[in-house]
Design a protein around this ligand. Structure first.
Ligand SMILES: Nc1ncnc2c1ncn2[C@@H]1O[C@H](COP(=O)(O)OP(=O)(O)OP(=O)(O)O)[C@@H](O)[C@H]1O
Length: 282
């Protein structure tokens, strides 16, 4: 029996006590000043497929709908969210915790790049340090009131992904892929990991699915035929959306003006799924 046992298992960290009747809950609670209603992870099986772009566009779409939105940039060693939104001012803190930066439209952002004296300095941290930083980004930041906190994950099924699934109260994930041959296998890995961790998969965004010729208006499948719809069906992912290859994305991201991109109705199926009531653990 654990020393000074109160028989109140929910508040006890001793996991190997013979008297334990309830499992230990390792899920972090937000900082005292913060209320975070929903946490949505954005994951991709491999790098460079547009995960940060999709995170930024989903966050902007939800903000435009009137929700209070935050982005936790969990891509600690390769952060790109501040640049996409043109945020350069360093983070500050007061007695109530670390204060997130804010984008032009008011999306709150936390990222390691906002802690560096210069944004081109490397963050060469070992895995456990990176995982701790992600935990602190969640529970030591004064997020205030947030309806949807989007977590931009590092690519792949790494240490950080496990940390986020085990430590943050993730309500669901959106997966991002590009139309390449390996997509099914790569999406499958992320989907299986999420299923193992009991995290619902809300949708699949197939980025760079086509390019519309500005002269003739014809759609070209530069990276191969899109296969996201079939993959979404195979893994029973409830929503599927595509984004084109659009030089405006790259231009606006480089200029820090991603919020100005009018994504029209392209991400509507995913946004609807995020808003849908059934999957939410209220
Ligand atoms: N549909 C698109 N059309 C044009 N450019 C795009 C598109 N999607 C992404 N890009 C550009 O590709 C680059 C990589 O995108 P992004 O940073 O979102 O990828 P990522 O998957 O988050 O990368 P990483 O794995 O390194 O975190 C960026 O410069 C972005 O502007």
């Amino acid at each position: 029996m654990a020393e000074e046992c109160t028989h109140e298992c929910s508040g006890c960290g001793v996991s190997d006590c013979g008297d334990r009747s309830q499992p230990v809950d390792h899920t972090l609670k937000p900082n005292d000043q913060s209320t975070i209603k929903h946490v949505i992870g954005v994951v991709s099986g491999k790098g460079g497929v547009g995960k940060s772009l999709v995170t930024s566009l989903l966050a902007s779409s939800m903000q435009k709908k009137g929700f209070k939105v935050g982005i936790l940039d969990a891509d600690v060693t390769g952060p790109s969210i501040p640049k996409t939104f043109g945020i350069t001012n360093p983070l500050s803190a007061d007695a109530n915790g670390i204060l997130p930066a804010q984008t032009q439209s008011g999306i709150k952002v936390i990222s390691t790049n906002l802690m560096l004296p210069q944004d081109d300095l490397p963050v060469a941290w070992r895995g456990p340090v990176v995982s701790n930083a992600v935990r602190q980004f969640f529970n030591e930041v004064n997020w205030g009131e947030i309806d949807y906190l989007f977590v931009d994950m590092p690519p792949g099924t790494s240490d950080v992904l496990l940390t986020v699934f085990q430590s943050l109260p993730v309500d669901g994930i959106v997966t991002v892929s590009a139309p390449q041959e390996l997509v099914a296998m790569i999406v499958g890995k992320a989907v299986h990991l999420a299923q193992d961790m009991d995290v619902p998969i809300l949708g699949l965004v197939e980025n760079m699915a086509y390019f519309t010729c500005p002269d003739c208006g014809k759609k070209h499948h530069i990276f191969g035929e899109p296969q996201g719809k079939e993959v979404a069906e195979r893994y029973e992912i409830p929503a599927y959306a595509t984004l084109p290859i659009d030089p405006d994305f790259a231009r606006l991201c480089d200029a820090g003006k991603v919020e100005e991109y009018d994504v029209a109705d392209a991400l509507d199926p995913i946004v609807a799924q995020i808003e849908k009531a059934e999957w939410k653990a209220e």
